[in-house]
Design a protein around this ligand. Sequence first.
Ligand SMILES: Nc1ncnc2c1ncn2[C@@H]1O[C@H](COP(=O)(O)OP(=O)(O)O)[C@@H](O)[C@H]1O
Ligand SMILES: [Mg+2]
Length: 414
Amino acid sequence: MAPRAETTAEVERRAPAAGPAAVEPMAPPLGTGAGERSSAAAAARGGAAPEGVGAGGGLEVPVARDDAATVVLLESLLEHLADGVLAVGRDGRVSYWSDTLGALTGLSAARALDRPVGELLPDFAAAFSGDAAQVAAGRLSAGRGELPLRLAVVRVQGPSGITLGRAAAVTDLRREQEARAAREQQAALTQLGQMMATAAHQLRNPLGACLGFLGLLERDLAGGPSAALLGRVREGLGEMDRRIGELLGYARPRPLEARRFDLAALLRDVAAGAAARFGGGPRFETRLPPRFELRGDADQLRQACENLLVNAAQAAGATGRVRLLLRAARTGGGRTSARILVRNTGARLAPGELPQLFEPFVSRTRGGTGLGLPLARRIVEAHGGRIEALSAGGWTTFVAVLPLDSAPGPEESP
Ligand SMILES: Nc1ncnc2c1ncn2[C@@H]1O[C@H](COP(=O)(O)OP(=O)(O)O)[C@@H](O)[C@H]1O
Ligand SMILES: [Mg+2]
């Protein structure tokens, strides 16, 4: 997407040299005084403690007490472990609450320290009792609403096996839940895609037969009163054929079959086809060089350009205008690219809407599959190109930039 919407004139006038497309520490031993939180935690404790236990039974770690560097290192380790870390003293009160946990829950260490863990994390209270390590899932009602969490709780022992307290690594389950939902959606889409492909394939044969018989009828009834009706039938069948092509093309990507061809001639042909299909519809204008050689998969690029042009014609409506332009443009590294612009008048699209249109199944056109743009983009990107859109100055423009030769072809393939 261009950083700024360009005007029609800017987009069209841009010199080829103008560049690419426009549209273009473990908890410090409590009481070490290493940091405020430690001090706070230290303050939270009190009373005599057995050997190895910080005063009051907080989490103790085997660190030389005056080794400040080790303390800092361990603290920083804790801050990056899991999504958060907490420690609970023998008295069941929170003695360590990592900054990450504070950020995750919205509950700061200052507010969490010294509170009974069962009060702070009622869903997990049981996990902080017993000798065995425990993993528990539950929710935390914090300032940020209900937070799904998993806690891995271990008992921390002193040298004599005495329980010093418990430490827990906290995992934010939202990401896991989101990832699972995305995987499930992907699997459903894949299945849907396979069903679609099968259905489309099965429709194509009878449709081909209908088009064949229609050709015979057109020949027999040429010039007669029914000829116009047959024209309508051909239009409808042609539209079905195109939609089925979109479904099949999207569900079953084909490898590129690259060869050298004249892109200008191909675009002239595509424009003529669209003008015929939308006869009486928008005004079609082309600005194409006499010849423009490119190496790529002509059939697939034809489909991509047809999709763009059909969309433009649909958006322009009967009284609108559609323009198809082709020119050379210099892209990064001094390489020359082909720049295809498909433009139409009609309702302006908000910048935020444009990227969505490239998502599969997004369609605002009656009977649309929402696959025309995703497919066009995939084809262009398979050629090492890119496709972008902008809507400004009364025109909506889709720009496809294609390197002159990037597609692997028969010569290069193993
Ligand atoms: N040139 C355009 N101007 C305005 N809207 C467009 C244009 N091209 C595409 N769109 C919008 O993007 C949607 C998705 O297009 P596409 O992927 O081709 O699917 P379909 O045409 O089947 O709906 C269209 O339904 C339309 O709303
Ligand atoms: Mg379309």
